[in-house]
Structure formats: C-alpha cells, structure tokens
Unconditional design. Structure first.
Length: 227
C-alpha cells in the first residue's frame, strides 16, 4: 500500500537519519518492523554498535546526489536483466524504508548480500553472534553511510502519513502521524509550520506487545457530529 512515511534516527542532539519510504508506513507494517529491529539490537553491546554506525552517517550534497543519479541512469541503460537501482544504491531508494536501519548497522556490502525475503540480516542468534561482532569490528564496518536528508517531508501532512523516530538520546521510539485528528507536539519537527504530530512514545526497550503498540499508534476516530 502506498503509505508514505519517514524513518528517523536522532543521536547526539542531531537528526542523523531521515529516510523516505513510499509504501507500508503504517504501525502494523513499518512500525512493527522497527519494533522488531529494536528488540534484535536491545543488547547493550549491539545498541552501542548501532549508535556508533548512526553517528558515522553523512548527508549527501545536492551535487553528489545528481552525480549518483547520473551514474545510476547510465548503469541501468547498459545493465543486464535483474540489475536495478536498489541493487546499487539501496541507501537512496524509496523502497528501502525502515530497512535503512539494517543497512546502517551492517554496512551496505553485507546488506546487499541478503537472501530472499530475509531482511533481518545478521539476525543475532547465538550461532551468528561471533561472526556479527567480527564484521562490526572490521574497518569496512566503520565506513560512513551516505544518506539523503528527507526530514522536510514531515512538514507535508497530506502526503507524509507516518514518521517513526528512534531517539537514541532519550532512549525512545516515537510515532508521528499526519492525520488531521492528531494534534500532538511537533517534537523533532519543531522547526516546521504544520508537520506531522506526535501520537505515541515508547521507552526503550519496548515492553508493549504488538496489539498494545498498534492500538497506541492508532489515530482517534471522530463521530460524525464531532467532525
């Protein structure tokens, strides 16, 4: 479903990630997937790795963005079957959505090695934990992830229906909603005139079950006479 949204990470007082997503931004899709991600990295050592990788992220310049688009267009014109923009620049793709969190954590090279529908790369079971730590301690894992800053999309309440904010400073996951029934604080969108508004906030680690999470992230319904 075309439910436009943002996946945001705040760290050290700054927005480090503001990833635009084109589809499935709802609580029971992107919201739940982000909750799963946070559960997977809830171990203090893993969270420390994620924070370090987030703080390495860099915004691309307009010039860099144009160069990437030109290079991608040229590559696609001469590409073999099955070659896509997402297979070269997933960090800039509108399809990546919340998966940008895994890309940042594991690095682009490992992210692109995913098999089938298994998006939760290097899922931290006991048998894979040592391999994951070895990768994260390698020089490649310290390479900065280039990103596009799409934070201003949150100022469009018509098209931006949801925004999910992982606040690593406050240890919270915040749910913002663009629906007109929601009129909470602006939060991380304070600089904008009429952005999406804060609907729900969860302390990390999240203890709410999926049903409670989705309920708290559901906009209020007005009766006809109230509207």
């Amino acid at each position: 479903m075309g439910t436009r949204h943002l996946t945001i990470v705040k760290s050290e007082g700054e927005i480090k990630v503001a990833q635009y997503g084109q589809w499935d931004g709802d609580p029971d899709s992107t919201g739940v997937n982000i909750v799963n991600f946070l559960h997977d990295i809830s171990h203090p050592e893993l969270m420390a790795v994620f924070k370090r990788r987030v703080n390495l992220c860099e915004w691309i310049t307009n010039e860099r963005g144009r160069a990437i688009d030109a290079a991608a267009e040229m590559a696609l014109d001469n590409a073999p079957t099955g070659f896509t923009y997402d297979s070269v620049y997933p960090e800039f793709s509108r399809r990546t959505s919340w998966r940008i969190l895994w890309l940042i954590l594991n690095g682009k090279e490992i992210y692109l090695q995913k098999v089938g529908a298994d998006e939760r790369l290097l899922h931290l079971t006991s048998t894979r934990y040592a391999a994951a730590k070895t990768h994260w301690r390698s020089s490649d894992a310290d390479r900065a992830t280039e990103l596009t800053n799409s934070l201003s999309f949150g100022d469009d309440r018509i098209f931006c229906e949801w925004a999910w904010v992982i606040d690593l400073d406050a240890n919270k996951l915040e749910c913002y909603c663009g629906y007109r029934e929601v009129d909470g604080p602006k939060g991380v969108f304070e600089e904008f005139d009429n952005p999406v508004r804060l609907l729900a906030s969860f302390d990390l680690p999240i203890t709410a079950d999926y049903a409670e999470f989705i309920t708290r992230c559901s906009p209020p319904e007005f009766l006809a006479e109230e509207e």
